[in-house]
Write a protein that binds this ligand. Structure first.
Ligand code: PMP
Length: 393
């Protein structure tokens, strides 16, 4: 009889020739267990999804309660589904006044797609600007924005009219002009290996968009929800985007994405053409109930307020000659090693010692630390000890 590992390799669509293929059977808080009962500290939380930890009891309770009432009933946007309405209301209470209308999707990349369409429809312009080493999703529109020839080349032709600029380079902002429908940027570039822009550059980007009438789309799919020490990363730059992209932690462990804008802007999708953007599962009631429960935990416990202290603890414990540098912004950190091969060996050894982590798309030489925000200090100490043990071999 085939093992589950063999069945996984044979029948589940694969994304790499050598998947980790760890069989995880349980996860709770910042820990996971495999089929042999081996425990792992999870340093990546589903890649910035589980900000309130795996299987938070409040999230699980909300899922069960909603599942008792109804699952899917109708395509997105037609019926009043209270989990959607309540979650949209909660989100907007914690956002600037101009971000008051939430369009729910089923994933992050769909949020990117929706925002690009909204910007084209609202401005009547066609050019879209993104940045080198950016990641906004894998569907064809989002892939067209991706700042990497390596991942784009096999899938051309992609969207025409996309211009890529260098992130955090002032002079490149001159390319934004009256033809630009929108500029899409991660507030903190994640897959670039945690690339934090200058505050002044972000503000110049905001100003240039305002001057030219281009919409500023900030992607906080990976960096939002408290990860950087404030609820939203853009707060740290004193700017407000025209459209905000959310995903990952938005669903509290369930699939959910959203693009958020001013109601007047969002209403463009209601006419010319009517049904300008539609989908079946966006804002699934169970996902909204779960996401809302997770956000309530986040805001009630003000989890972002503990982020700076935990970041410092990691920083203090991770001083080692083999660590070349640490890029960081709150609990979003990249430990840089010599090259991909040495990093991969370190990652594999960490996993063997019960510490779960991975690398970044555009920084394969860097190890990722994006744990649940409620990871304990004790778990951080243990995680750092494992990294030290691995590095000292
Ligand atoms: N934007 C950013 C910054 C991301 O990190 C990701 C996912 N890694 C996405 C968009 C796409 O989200 P999804 O995988 O849910 O489509």
């Amino acid at each position: 009889q085939a093992t589950i590992r063999q069945l996984f390799l044979q029948h589940v669509g694969q994304t790499s020739p050598a998947p980790l293929a760890l069989h995880i059977t349980k996860a709770s808080g910042a820990k996971m267990w495999d089929a042999n009962g081996k425990e792992y500290i999870d340093l990546i939380g589903g890649i910035s999804v589980c900000n309130v930890g795996h299987c938070h009891p409040k999230v699980v309770e909300a899922i069960k309660k909603q599942a008792d009432d109804y699952l899917h009933i109708m395509v997105y946007g037609e019926l009043i589904e209270s989990p959607q309405v309540q979650y949209a209301h909660l989100l907007t209470q914690y956002l600037p006044l101009s971000l008051n209308a939430v369009f729910f999707t089923a994933s992050g990349t769909e949020a990117t797609e929706g925002a690009m369409k909204l910007a084209k429809r609202a401005t009547g312009r066609t050019q879209i600007i993104s940045f080198k080493n950016s990641y906004h999703g894998s569907t064809q529109g989002a892939l067209s924005l991706m700042g990497s020839e390596y991942w784009q080349q096999a899938f051309r032709p992609l969207l025409p009219g996309v211009l890529q600029l260098r992130y955090n380079v002032f002079e490149d902002l001159e390319n934004i002009n009256e033809q630009t429908a929108c500029v899409v940027a991660e507030t903190i570039q994640a897959e670039a290996g945690v690339n934090v822009p200058d505050k002044k550059w972000m503000q110049a980007l905001r100003n240039k968009c305002t001057e030219t009438g281009a919409l500023l789309v900030l992607d906080e799919i990976q960096c939002g929800f408290g990860r950087n020490g404030s609820l939203w990363a853009f707060e740290q730059f004193n700017i407000v985007p025209d459209i905000l992209l959310l995903g990952k932690a938005l669903g509290g462990g369930m699939p959910l994405g959203a693009f958020i804008a001013d109601k007047k802007l969002m209403d463009c999708f209601t006419n010319n053409p009517v049904l300008g953007h539609i989908n079946t599962f966006g804002g699934h009631p169970v996902c909204c109930a779960a996401g809302m429960a997770a956000m309530q935990v986040l805001v009630t416990e003000k989890l972002w307020e503990t982020v700076a202290e935990k970041e410092q603890l990691f920083k203090k414990r991770l001083v080692h000659p083999k660590i070349k540098k640490i890029n960081r912004c709150g609990l979003m950190m990249a430990l840089y090693f010599e090259d991909f091969n040495s990093n991969k060996k370190i990652i594999d050894a960490c996993i063997a010692h019960g510490l779960f982590t991975d690398w970044f798309l555009f920084a394969p030489e860097a190890l990722r630390i994006v744990p649940p925000l409620n990871i304990s200090n004790e778990e951080i100490e243990t995680a750092c000890k494992i990294i030290w043990k691995v590095l000292d071999v």
